[in-house]
Ligand binder design. Structure first.
Ligand SMILES: *Cc1c(COP(=O)(O)O)cnc(C)c1O
Length: 346
């Protein structure tokens, strides 16, 4: 019984953190006058952790504590690092809960959270489950749980976004855990909005072929090169039924998009923001043909470390992701020309 007082205090702390935060800002991405099309970027890098994972990390802790799975003396365990682990570390500190992240390999430098290394081929998720059991902790498991636990009615991204931008023609997002797209899609359905949900998908991801073929267990088995989005297999969090459109985006186009967002906003955005911009402009081109409309997408994250990857030509050359040809497509389009990509949709 004693832990109930801790749980209600912890849940109140999480609520207070959410309520104290201002809505993340909406930036305008200028398009040529005369198109009648508006493109808006909701800047999720404005969270204290610099990433949209701030929302799902908070929701994962909230759900685990309310469910009695994570207690005052418990340990929160997650599989794999990245922005999800960094955002979780923020909430673990806020709550005074131990947090351990299972990371493959031994020699990588890891900052921002407590790593627990293991050696593949043991699966990272199996290792996280095993460790949680050993420590008497709880596996937060964002990949399985984030899309279930993020509020989609009013209290989180979906409610906030539609209150700010009304009823746009399209909302464009990527899918990693699927929490973002699932919450927006569910909200659109509940409210009966006429907004379309477009999911952008990087190379090697199972989401686009899975959505096209309707195979719920479609797998490519290949990792994505765009951090945060794209999965080697359709997972429980990606809901193909809420996506009106899935747009496959070349990785070099994501790089070109990320650089353009940085040039326009000054934010050192990650690759997934570039994927969003490419998909959003693909739909802007359609709306221009129709005489106008509004598209909303997200700045997913921003961080200095992205300057050494997506924004760096040496890195891009090594990965065969130099964005020249795709940057030219963007430049021609934004100068008032045609959208020369994707079978001439523009
Ligand atoms: C996780 C993530 C996404 C995708 O969001 P989900 O809600 O997990 O689908 C996009 N961009 C970045 C940088 C991410 O970390």
């Amino acid at each position: 019984m004693g832990s109930d007082r801790w749980a209600s205090r912890a849940l109140a702390l999480l609520d207070a953190e959410r309520l104290a935060a201002a809505p993340t800002p909406v930036l305008r991405f200028d398009l040529p006058a005369g198109w009648g099309v508006e493109l808006l970027l909701k800047d999720e890098s404005a969270h204290p952790t610099g990433t949209l994972k701030h929302r799902s990390a908070r929701a994962l802790f909230r759900h685990a504590i309310a469910s009695g799975q994570l207690t005052e003396s418990g340990v929160a365990v997650e599989a794999t690092g990245g922005t999800g682990a960094l955002a979780q570390a923020h909430f673990a500190r806020l709550l005074g809960v131990r947090h351990v992240v299972v990371v493959p390999g031994r020699h990588r430098r890891v900052t921002g959270f407590t790593p627990r290394f293991f050696t593949p081929p043991a699966g990272v998720h199996e290792e996280a489950r095993r460790l949680a059991a050993e420590l008497g902790g709880h596996h937060l498991d964002q990949q399985s749980n984030a899309a279930r636990v993020v509020d989609w009615r009013g209290d989180d991204l979906a409610g906030e976004l539609f209150a700010q931008v009304g009823e746009p023609d399209w909302v464009v997002v990527g899918a990693g855990t699927g929490a973002t797209s699932a919450s927006l899609g569910r909200h659109v359905r509940e409210r009966g909005l006429r907004t379309g949900l477009a999911v952008v998908d990087p190379e090697h991801s199972a989401h686009f072929p899975g959505w096209v073929t309707g195979a719920p267990d479609y797998a490519t088995g290949m990792p994505s090169r765009i951090e945060g989005i794209g999965r080697p297999a359709m997972g429980p969090g990606f809901l193909p039924g809420v996506a009106d459109l899935v747009i496959p985006v070349p990785d070099a186009a994501s790089v070109a998009g990320a650089r353009l967002v940085r040039a326009r906003t000054g934010l050192a955005v990650g690759g997934s923001t570039g994927t969003n911009l490419w998909g959003a402009l693909h739909l802007v081109a359609r709306l221009r043909e129709r005489g106008g409309g509004r598209v909303v997408t997200l700045v997913c994250d921003a961080a200095e470390r992205h300057l050494a990857t997506y924004h760096d030509d040496g890195w891009a050359r090594d990965k065969s992701l130099l964005p020249g040809a795709h940057a030219a497509v963007l430049e021609e389009f934004l100068a008032g020309g045609p959208w020369r990509w994707g079978g001439g949709t523009g």
